[in-house]
Design a protein around this ligand. Structure first.
Ligand SMILES: [Zn+2]
Length: 335
C-alpha cells in the first residue's frame, strides 16, 4: 500500500526558514507512478489518501520527557522549534531564519510533525494488515527524549511503535534506518530496550556525529549506539551493500519482530543536494539494490514492513523512491 495526504504539504520557506531546498519529491514520485504504463491504472487500488490516526499527549509521553512535552504545549514552543531547526547561531542570532518572510507561524511545525507521526502510525497499521506500506513522509529519527534536533521535533518512529505496543498490536519491532544520517534519536530512545531492535547504516563522519561527545556533563545522546551501527566512511560506497546485508543477518539473530519500520532515506544518493549528506555517494543503481535487499529480506521472512520517506533533498532524489515503488508495486500487481 501507499499512504499519502497531499494536504500535509508545505515548504519551510513559508515559515521564513531560508533553506532553499525544493521539496517536490512526493508529487514527482506519484506523477511518475501515475504515468506508468502498467501501474497508472492500478495506483488508486494501492493508495490510501487520508491520514485519520491521531497522536495524543499520551503517545508523546511514552517517548519524550514530561518536561519537554509540557514545553511543546506552552509559549516555549517557538524556542523549541528554533532549536530543533537550528535557526539560532552560537551568538544567539537568527540563522537562516527571517520572521519577516513568514506566512505561517513556527508553531505549525509541531502540528506538522504530529500529523506526520499520525501517518507513521497509520503506515504501521496498514503494514500489519497488508504486509507492506510506504508512507510519503515521516522518519524524524533525530528527535531526542528532551529536545528536538535536526529538523525533528518529535520522534515519529518511536511514537508509532510505542503506540502499537501499548495497544498490544505488536511486542517486538525492528527499525532499519538507511538514511545517510545516523538514527541517533531512535537509538537513544530505545537504548537497552530489547523490544525495539535498531540498525542504522550511515555516514561515519559529519552530522549528527560531529558535535562534542559530552554535553552539559552527560553523554551527547547522538553518540548512544544503535543495536547495530554500520558507519560508512567516505569512499567505502562499494562495500555498502555487503555490509548492509551482514547487518540484516545480525539483526535476525537478535530478535523476531512483528513489524519492521524502514527509515528509507534517499539522502545517501550521490545527487542529493543537502551539503551534510556529501559523505555518502551511492549511485542510483546501488540505491535500488539497497531498497530491494531490505524489501526482499523482510518479505522472505513474512515480516510486515512499514517504509518512511525520511531524508532526501534536491531535484533528483524522487527517482530513488520511484524506482523502488515501481518494482514493489509491479510485483504486488502481478499477484
Ligand atoms: Zn538524513
Amino acid at each position: 500500500m501507499l499512504l499519502y495526504d497531499l494536504t500535509q504539504k508545505f515548504s519551510l520557506q513559508e515559515f521564513g526558514i531560508e533553506i532553499p531546498l525544493k521539496d517536490d519529491r512526493v508529487t514527482k514520485t506519484l506523477e511518475y507512478l501515475a504515468n506508468h504504463p502498467v501501474l497508472g491504472s492500478l495506483l488508486d487500488r494501492f493508495s490510501v489518501k487520508v491520514i485519520d490516526e491521531e497522536i495524543t499527549r499520551e503517545d508523546l509521553l511514552r517517548v519524550h520527557s514530561r518536561d519537554y512535552v509540557d514545553r511543546l504545549f506552552s509559549e516555549k514552543l517557538e524556542q523549541e522549534v528554533l532549536w530543533a531547526y537550528e535557526l539560532i547561531d552560537d551568538h544567539g542570532n537568527y540563522h537562516r531564519y527571517n520572521p519577516a518572510n513568514a506566512r505561517l507561524p513556527l508553531s505549525l511545525l509541531l502540528k506538522n510533525d504530529l500529523d506526520k507521526a499520525a501517518g507513521v502510525l497509520q503506515c504501521c497499521k496498514l503494514a500489519l494488515q497488508k504486509g507492506f506500506c510506504f508512507y510519503f513522509g515521516g522518519g524524524s529519527h533525530h528527535a531526542q527524549a528532551d529536545f528536538g534536533n535536526g529538523f525533528c521535533i518529535v520522534n515519529d518512529i518511536v511514537i508509532a511503535l510505542r503506540n502499537l505496543q501499548a495497544n498490544q498490536m505488536i511486542e517486538k519491532a525492528w527499525v532499519i534506518d538507511v538514511d545517510a544520517h545516523k538514527g541517533d534519536g531512535t537509538a537513544a530512545l530505545t537504548f537497552r530496550d530489547n523490544s525495539i531492535t535498531t540498525l542504522s547504516i550511515h555516514m561515519a563522519k559529519g552530522w549528527p556525529l560531529d558535535g562534542p561527545e559530552y554535553i552539559q556533563g552527560g553523554l551527547n545522546p547522538s553518540f548512544i549506539s544503535s543495536d547495530i551501527d554500520i558507519p560508512i566512511e567516505s569512499g567505502e560506497e562499494d562495500a555498502y551493500l555487503e555490509r548492509l546485508e551482514k547487518g540484516l543477518k545480525k539483526l535476525e539473530a537478535l530478535s523476531t519482530p512483528q513489524i519492521a519500520l524502514v527509515v528509507l532515506g534517499a539522502d545517501p544518493y550521490e545527487k542529493d543536494e543537502l551539503p551534510s549528506t556529501s559523505g555518502l555517494r551511492l549511485s542510483l543503481e546501488q540505491m535500488k539494490k539497497r531498497d530491494l535487499m531490505i524489501y526482499r529480506f523482510l518479505k522472505e521472512r513474512d515480516i510486515p514492513q512499514a517504509h518512511l520517506m525520511a531524508g532526501g533533498y534536491g531535484a533528483e532524489c524522487w527517482q530513488v523512491y520511484a524506482n523502488f515503488l515501481e518494482h514493489v508495486l509491479l510485483e504486488q500487481g502481478n499477484r
